[in-house]
Design a binder for this molecule. Structure first.
Ligand code: NAD
Length: 253
């Protein structure tokens, strides 16, 4: 299937590693020019080299989505260097882990800035131009915690659900202007983040074996879903939160 997005400009935040980098690769493979933004200059430089293999324009911007000025700066730099953003993949690191009674207000502040307001600011920065040009795709990356409360991840449970609410809202408001916005909720995916939250390779393996698919997912398996939702082919999919968890969540998907 041709996804119909060759030549579009995609901005992927948190795009230097893991799910963000895999999404950037899937989009570049479909012919998108790509701008990635993340916090670590070395990882960004390595990711640029990997993305250049697809032969499209690749640009990288050093940015922390927790910085209130970052979203606008990244979107403007993408427009100046690559072109106006057609596709936004709003992604970043996860919030601090912990049970509700273990977390302080400073932790809440980090999670709200990184995972809720970081996403809101990015949507603010791209939406007016997408609407005026009559085409846009936004995909937020959250977690299956938006659908099912996960033990020991109080901040994820709260902020991911809030993002899903933002997605449903913007979907209704911007649909007539050709903008589609959807949310992807990964389960256990083999990235640095999973290794950190699980604590060891052994625990990652145990989680995989305990899941219905008998393994954890790969970043590419999420990246390809992101590319589909960001595509012309998904033109009537709007406001959806989609689980990519191999069937792990015990909820109506
Ligand atoms: P990762 O740690 O492998 O990669 C995160 C990427 O985001 C890196 O490029 C990092 O540099 C960048 N980043 C982190 N904080 C940032 C910030 N404040 N500003 C800009 N860039 C930032 O993580 P991942 O596994 O790819 O996870 C991506 C998202 O998906 C996270 O929000 C994570 O919580 C969520 N998620 C992951 C899993 C999983 O099993 N891997 C499961 C559910 C949800």
């Amino acid at each position: 299937m041709d996804l119909g997005i060759s030549g579009k400009v995609a901005l992927v935040t948190g795009g230097s590693a893991g799910i963000g980098l895999a999404a950037a690769k899937s989009l570049a493979r479909e012919g998108c020019d790509v701008c990635i933004a993340a916090r670590d200059p070395e990882k960004l430089a390595d990711a640029v080299v990997e993305l250049q293999e697809f032969g499209k324009v690749v640009h990288a911007v050093l940015a922390d989505v927790e910085d209130p000025a970052a979203a606008r700066r990244v979107v403007e730099e993408t427009r100046d260097v690559v072109g106006p953003v057609d596709i936004l993949v709003a992604n970043a690191g996860g919030p601090p882990p912990g049970r509700f009674d273990e977390l302080g207000l400073a932790d809440w502040d980090v999670a709200v800035q990184r995972n809720l307001l970081g996403t809101v600011r990015l949507i603010h920065a791209v939406l007016p131009e997408m609407r005026s040009r009559g085409w846009g795709r936004i995909v937020t990356i959250t977690s299956r915690s938006a659908r099912e409360a996960l033990d020991g991840l109080a901040l994820s449970n709260a902020t991911r659900s809030a993002v899903a609410g933002v997605v449903r809202t913007v979907a209704r408001e911007a649909a007539r202007d050709g903008v589609r916005i959807n949310n992807v909720m990964p389960g256990s995916i083999a990235t640095e983040r999973l290794l950190q939250t699980a604590g060891s390779e052994e625990e990652v393996r145990r989680r995989g074996e305990a899941s219905p698919a008998g393994r954890v997912g790969s970043p590419e398996e999420v990246g390809d879903v992101v590319a589909f939702l960001a595509s012309e082919r998904a033109s009537f999919v709007n406001g959806v939160s989609m689980l990519v968890d191999g069937g792990e969540s015990r909820v109506i998907a």
